[in-house]
Design a protein around this ligand. Structure first.
Ligand code: NAP
Length: 285
């Protein structure tokens, strides 16, 4: 059905020029017949975020996605923040209901749906998470929600990893290690899943990978890299060569987008269109 109603959406960030969101949402809106839905990259400098948020109301945007560096600061300017986003401490989607702005974090839903699609059940697993940044926080919360038995964080910055583990202490059994330590190497030996949340291996630094000896993982361990560009990072290529099942970050990206689209429109997007558009856009990068 064609809808002639005008609605505006965008992505707030700095920089935003590399974002895949405009193409992905525009394609999905068009496929759904929302011919007057616009999606605009909105470059917002640090220090101007408050004004940008007021403008969302003033210009009657229906919603915005939020990216680096505004995911945490924006929480101060919203009328409400959903419980997942509160625990994670970051918002990546804002919905405007008649001037009332609510912040959500759809990375959790995207992460859990991607695991489910790959037939990996996080319940009772030992998960090893590499990195202690924003994506790690969302993933940790997803693993706690699904009652993973034990979560090991490995990172280059032990202090940061320990602070993250402390934040989730009441949500599950979480411990942090320097990823070069012998204790961490021991933890790898009982991992059911290894999840890379660092940017090591991301385009253009495709020859990088976290300093992890994958041979320490038990047979059948699932190796998940949330990077989506390139589709196969050095970590995943090495894991595949060693016979481990693998997953890249494209499905998480798509499925977090599906959740944001649902929050914006109350509908489910055409996932084939979204996936095709994402892959086409990535192939041109
Ligand atoms: P972030 O908040 O900056 O966190 C990055 C983490 O990686 C930090 O722990 C950081 O350690 C570590 N790190 C960065 N560079 C490193 C290096 N050279 N060596 C060792 N550790 C390093 O970033 P983020 O938002 O969590 O995003 C991380 C990655 O996830 C990016 O590649 C992003 O594209 C991807 N991502 C994918 C999806 C998806 O839907 N598939 C969603 C979100 C993010 P320090 O604290 O020591 O700097």
């Amino acid at each position: 059905m064609i809808s002639s109603e005008i609605k505006n959406f965008g992505i707030l960030g700095y920089p935003v020029v590399h974002s895949l969101s405009p193409q992905m949402y525009k394609a999905a809106f068009e496929a759904a017949g929302f011919v007057n839905y616009n999606y605009i990259p909105l470059q917002v400098h640090t220090g101007k975020l408050f004004m940008a948020v007021e403008a969302i109301k003033g210009l009657d945007f229906r919603g915005v996605n939020v990216t680096i560096p505004h995911k945490t600061t924006i929480m101060n300017y919203l009328d409400a923040v959903d419980s997942d986003a509160l625990v994670i401490g970051a918002v990546n989607t804002v919905v405007n209901d008649g001037g009332m702005l609510t912040g959500y974090n759809t990375d959790v839903a995207g992460f859990l749906a991607a695991l489910a699609e790959a037939n990996f059940l996080p319940e009772d697993c030992h998960a090893v998470v590499l990195g202690a940044g924003g994506a790690a926080r969302a993933i940790l919360w997803g693993l706690c929600k699904r009652r993973a038995e034990f979560i090991t964080i490995g990172a280059r910055n032990l202090q940061k990893a320990q602070a993250l583990a402390k934040d989730f202490m009441n949500q599950g059994a979480v411990e942090a290690f320097d990823w070069l330590s012998d204790e961490f190497k021991e933890m790898l030996q009982t991992a059911d899943i290894l999840i890379n949340t660092t940017p090591l291996g991301m385009f253009p630094n495709v020859d990088d990978m976290p300093p992890i000896d994958l041979k320490l993982l038990p047979e059948g361990a699932f190796v998940y890299d949330i990077i989506y560009n390139p589709a196969e990072t050095k970590l995943l290529k090495t894991a595949k060569e060693l016979g481990f099942p693998t997953l890249n970050g494209l499905s998480m990206l798509l499925l977090q987008g599906k959740e944001a689209y649902r929050l914006y429109t109350g509908q489910i997007p055409d996932m084939e269109v979204m996936e095709r558009t994402l892959k086409e856009t990535l192939s041109k990068k």
